[in-house]
Design a protein around this ligand. Structure first.
Ligand code: FAD
Length: 518
């Protein structure tokens, strides 16, 4: 017999390794010897009150064999001689599109401008130490896309769009911890992601798929409303029958190319702002009601904040407890910040994007002349502003949080995890009023919601501009571009995803659509 129950466990009780069996036996009023296993279905922390509770949803197996933790089989086939599907971009969307093609018996041919995860690491070092951005290999471009050297938070709101569990199990199949199957806020960590990505690459190659790194797509030959061939930066050309375009939202050259070729794009609302960084102990003490170090069984605390300011949402985005702020620029004349954390989330800082919603229909009057690319141009202008304010390198402009809100230049800054370094800058006057003014009000409100959050011990760092795509690429019900019948816009760059999991789910969907009629 199997019974699903909820259990509440205190931190003291959690120290006992058999606590779930004991509590299950009491809850079900049975002998603990009759319990053959307890499978955790969900685990979350309730830290709203000083007495912290771990909430478990468990399946209790009573005189029954505990099954394996997976619900899915991944049935990969030899596709070396199968019909090809071309996939541009090897981020989460491209990787999952390729894996799905193999399951369905088609050969993925992946074209990726960046390098494999190992070689890519050197280019990340160059950004951090030499302030040199390789425009094909950086925190956004390369094997695994923006998802590899990311935070690896796997939370998604797009539960309706596909099977999240299938994506998670596939990550576990490729080496991620099976803890992600039960945690309420699953997380892999930037130190573990490259190995998972490498394992995915090996599956694709072992089953006969192709992956071409350092192969940037620069153009398409189009005839009779179909892509006939894909042009590559190295001068080569590939004949293609079906093309999944999964180039992410940082591939501006692709947006410019499609626009130049009169292939329809749409302007999309998005969000921009700054990254705020606190010492982790401040966030822990607020969230866990403790004055010193957090309990050893508790993870670095996180938060989620939202406030309406003058009819626009101001909210936290991609909060990284125990993490680092990273330079996520894709060109040498811009500064872009983002966040990541290792699996243990044991760094001394807590950072989060704090961003303001931008409605492209009403908020970008000065940029109307750029048509559908107005959001992209606005985004670019802020990134250039940050580059100039930081001193024209990857040093980022920053300010103490309290000085930003009070409108004062900071005489000095707090220590930070951002490796290229920070420069004090008057972000309160540099940022457009539309964003800066709302951020200031937002931070004041956040200080009231989380007592201790509004502190001079926090820095804000500019700019957090790549939260989501400012452009979308339309597609019809068959997921084809309405003008180009064999082009499948996919993932975050198409405007169909906002994170690793939703991009992966969209990749699978596009593969399923692309095989139709082949
Ligand atoms: P991308 O991951 O952007 O992949 C696109 C790929 O296409 C890239 O590899 C690029 O090199 C390639 N490409 C671009 N142009 C061309 C071309 N012309 N020719 C060939 N190849 C091309 N999301 C989360 O859900 N959780 C997180 O914790 C998280 N943390 C993040 C931390 C950082 C530092 C960053 C930068 C992002 C983070 N994200 C996170 C966002 C997440 O990484 C993206 O939402 C996701 O990667 C989008 O997937 P995608 O496949 O659509 O595009």
């Amino acid at each position: 017999m199997i019974k699903e129950i909820q259990l509440r466990v205190t931190l003291k009780e959690e120290e006992r390794s058999d606590i779930l069996v004991l509590k299950s036996a009491i809850a079900l009023d049975i002998d603990k010897e009759d319990i053959t296993g307890v499978k955790v279905l969900r685990k979350s922390i309730d830290a709203r009150k000083p007495k912290i509770i771990l909430n478990y949803k468990v399946a209790v197996y009573i005189r029954e064999v505990l099954p394996k933790n997976s619900e899915y089989q991944f049935d990969y086939k030899d596709v070396s001689k199968a019909k090809p599907i071309h996939i541009i971009g090897f981020g989460p969307a491209g990787m999952y599109a390729a894996l799905r093609c193999i399951e369905l018996g088609f050969k993925p041919i992946v074209l990726e401008r960046g390098k494999n995860v190992q070689d890519r690491r050197r280019d990340l070092k160059a950004i951090n130490q030499d302030h040199f951005v390789n425009e094909d290999s950086n925190y956004c471009f390369g094997e695994g896309g923006a998802g590899t050297y990311s935070d690896g938070k796997l939370y998604t709101r797009s539960l309706k769009r596909g099977d999240v569990r299938r994506i998670f199990e596939n990550l576990v199949f490729h080496g991620a911890t099976d803890q992600i199957l039960v945690d309420a806020h699953p997380h892999i960590g930037t130190n573990k992601l490259p190995k998972v990505v490498q394992n995915i690459r090996e599956t694709i190659l072992n089953y006969g798929g192709e992956i071409h790194f350092e192969t940037r797509v620069t153009d398409f030959s189009i005839k009779d409303n179909k892509i006939q061939a894909i042009q590559l930066q190295n001068g080569n050309e590939m004949i293609a029958e079906k093309v999944i375009l999964a180039t992410g939202h940082s591939a501006r050259d692709l947006f410019y190319l499609l626009h130049k070729k009169n292939i329809a794009l749409e302007a999309k609302s998005f969000a921009m702002g700054v990254r705020v960084e606190h010492p982790q102990y401040i966030i822990d003490s607020i969230q866990y009601h403790c004055s010193g170090e957090r309990h050893e069984l508790l993870p670095a605390a996180s938060y989620g904040l939202v406030q309406q300011v003058k009819e626009r949402g101001v909210y936290s985005f991609c909060m990284c407890p125990g993490g680092f702020i990273v330079p996520a620029a894709t060109a040498n004349d811009e500064v872009v910040v983002n966040g990541m954390s290792p699996s243990k989330r044991n760094n001394l800082f807590a950072n989060s994007g704090i961003v303001v919603e931008i409605n492209v229909d009403t908020d970008l009057h000065k940029y109307e002349k750029f048509g559908v690319l107005k959001g992209l141009e606005y985004q670019k202008s802020l990134e250039r502003l940050a580059f100039t304010a930081g001193g024209r390198s990857q040093v980022a402009p920053a300010q103490r949080l309290t000085d930003f809100v009070e409108g004062k230049l900071s005489a000095d800054l707090n220590p930070s995890s951002y490796q290229p370094g920070l420069k004090s800058a008057p972000l309160h006057s540099l940022l457009p009023k539309f964003i800066g003014g709302r951020l200031r009000k937002g931070f004041e409100a956040f200080g009231k919601k989380m007592n201790g959050y509004y502190t001079e011990e926090a820095n804000i760092v500019g700019v957090e501009s790549r939260t989501s795509s400012p452009v979308s690429i339309p597609r019809n019900e068959q997921l084809e571009h309405p003008q180009i019948s064999n082009l499948y816009p996919c993932g975050e760059g198409g405007g169909y995803a906002g994170g690793i999991i939703s991009a992966a789910m969209d990749g699978e969907r596009c593969a399923e659509a692309a095989i139709v009629g082949l």
